[in-house]
Write a protein that binds this ligand. Structure first.
Ligand SMILES: NC(=O)c1ccc[n+]([C@@H]2O[C@H](COP(=O)([O-])OP(=O)(O)OC[C@H]3O[C@@H](n4cnc5c(N)ncnc54)[C@H](O)[C@@H]3O)[C@@H](O)[C@H]2O)c1
Length: 447
């Protein structure tokens, strides 16, 4: 929404959220205090905020004033009832739809921006049409899934590979599609704005995430084979990535993918396939998640094994907690699960991440509910200095691919560690030869 406001000064954009603290941060006089860390985002907000970009908690007023409403609320995996652990929880979507229906006094275009299961638009349509004030207000539902990647969100939004808009095929539907095309056309070349029917658009988002995650699980599956043979996964990835049919992206072996989207969207796809009785389709995609869970567990087990089968009371330094570099988002981060596994073995963990606050680390661990918050804060320390994190450690685990890790004084880190000094490169970002020359015992994923 901030990028739309930046690129379209003639359009007034109001972002509303029920969470007052979040909105207060978005309105913070110091634009560096906005709640999301993304390269370039604070500059975008600084440019548009107060001009045509506003943040508010007055949801009713924003709905009433709007011609077009983007529903961008959370759609997490259900944690209860039917579909628990797989289906998307559409509670917040439904609440939004009911509120829009209740408040609207004029026709609205309602855009699904959240990632939603296929055919959610028909649910939205049903709710909007049956719960509206009955004074002839008309709603058009569009699907406009978001393909940005965290860490490069602003860049992706300014120059998207494509924008996808799904709408009804009748005249009113097509007029609504055109209205949204006209918004993006302010900066996106027309040939990159794809229009489809609503269902294709909804399914495309789930499919895009499933295919990306599948590449990661595919290379990770082979990384385990590499560790048992003389093959090196980095060389394999380079060799296959040079094939133009395959391409080089998303072929980096790692401790596993994280983030709020991949797992939840694949689970959602699996659930939908099962709902239609498509067992083989569901099993096929579920394997992507099974492989990812295996990779995280395998990484933690390798640390335990290399540290002579016990990490009890040993200090392990975690470099990185965010699920990827250039974001402060930790949702489903591999670091959380690796830490959990090591904590079962009573390890002591010192975490350093350049952007994740200490409280978030504890919130993530407490959320697992595998041990008490007191135990988590006893066993896990969060520090603001990577050298302090690594001091007197038995091992270092690199969990996020932050660029700054490559620039550290690794000799100094080595000198201050217990020996033998182990380093587990879960992101394959450090120069193994250089570290081994210093004296580190290095284990990288897939070699
Ligand atoms: N994060 C990503 O990179 C990304 C990328 C593509 C798609 N998506 C999709 O976008 C959606 C949102 O993701 P997110 O990461 O921003 O989630 P989030 O949980 O960070 O944000 C959702 C926000 O919605 C607010 N909210 C919930 N119900 C509300 C209501 N009735 N009225 C007003 N505000 C309400 C919550 O308070 C919260 O601040 C999800 O469906 C996700 O799958 C996210």
């Amino acid at each position: 929404m901030a990028v739309i406001a930046k690129q379209c000064p003639q359009i007034e954009v109001t972002v509303v959220d029920l969470n007052e603290a979040r909105i207060a941060s978005w309105n913070d006089a110091d634009v560096n205090n906005i709640p999301v860390y993304e390269p370039g985002l604070s500059a975008v907000v600084a440019e548009a905020r107060g001009r045509n970009l506003f943040f508010s908690t007055d949801v009713d007023k924003a709905i009433d004033d709007a011609d077009m409403i983007f529903i961008s609320v959370n759609t997490p995996t259900k944690t209860y009832g039917a579909g628990k652990g797989q289906a998307a929880d559409l509670k917040w979507i439904e609440l939004c739809a009911r509120q829009i229906a209740r408040v609207s006094k004029s026709d609205k275009i309602v855009v699904e921006k959240s990632t939603l299961p296929v055919r959610t638009a028909s649910t939205l349509k049903d709710i909007l049409h049956h719960t509206s004030n009955g004074d002839g207000v008309k709603f058009q539902i569009l699907s406009n899934p978001e393909f940005l990647a965290e860490g490069t969100a602003v860049e992706d939004l300014l120059a998207p590979d494509r924008v996808l808009i799904g709408g009804d095929q009748d005249e009113a539907g097509q007029n609504a599609v055109q209205a949204l095309v006209d918004v993006y056309a302010n900066w996106v070349p027309r040939e990159r704005i794809l229009t489809t029917n609503v269902w294709s658009s909804e399914l495309s988002k789930l499919t895009a995430n499933a295919m990306l995650a599948q590449r990661v699980s595919s290379i990770n599956a082979l990384s385990e084979l590499c560790e048992h043979t003389e093959a090196d996964i980095n060389e394999v990835a380079r060799a296959i990535g040079a094939d133009s049919r395959i391409g080089p992206k998303f072929l980096k072996a790692s401790v596993g993918f994280g983030g709020s989207c991949f797992q939840k969207d694949i689970l959602n796809l699996v659930y939908i396939a099962r709902t239609y009785g498509l067992t083989e389709v569901a099993d096929y995609w579920e394997q992507v998640i099974i492989m990812n869970d295996h990779q995280k567990r395998r990484f933690a087990n390798k640390i335990i094994k290399r540290l002579y089968n016990t990490v009890n009371g040993k200090k392990i330094a975690f470099l990185g907690w965010a699920f990827k570099k250039d974001t402060n988002d930790t949702r489903e981060s591999a670091a959380i699960y690796v830490a959990d596994h090591l904590l079962f073995e009573q390890a002591n963990i010192a975490v350093y991440d350049p952007k994740v606050p200490a409280q978030q680390v504890y919130t993530d661990l407490d959320y697992l509910a595998t041990r008490s918050p007191d135990e988590n804060s006893d066993y896990v320390k969060v520090v603001h200095d990577p050298y302090e994190a690594c001091k007197d450690a038995h091992a270092i685990a690199v969990l996020t691919e932050w660029d700054e890790f490559k620039t550290y004084d690794w000799q100094r880190i080595y000198d201050n560690m217990l020996k033998p000094a182990h380093l587990f490169d879960g992101r394959n970002i450090l120069d193994r030869n250089e570290l081994e020359a210093i004296g580190f015992k290095v284990s990288a994923v897939g070699s």
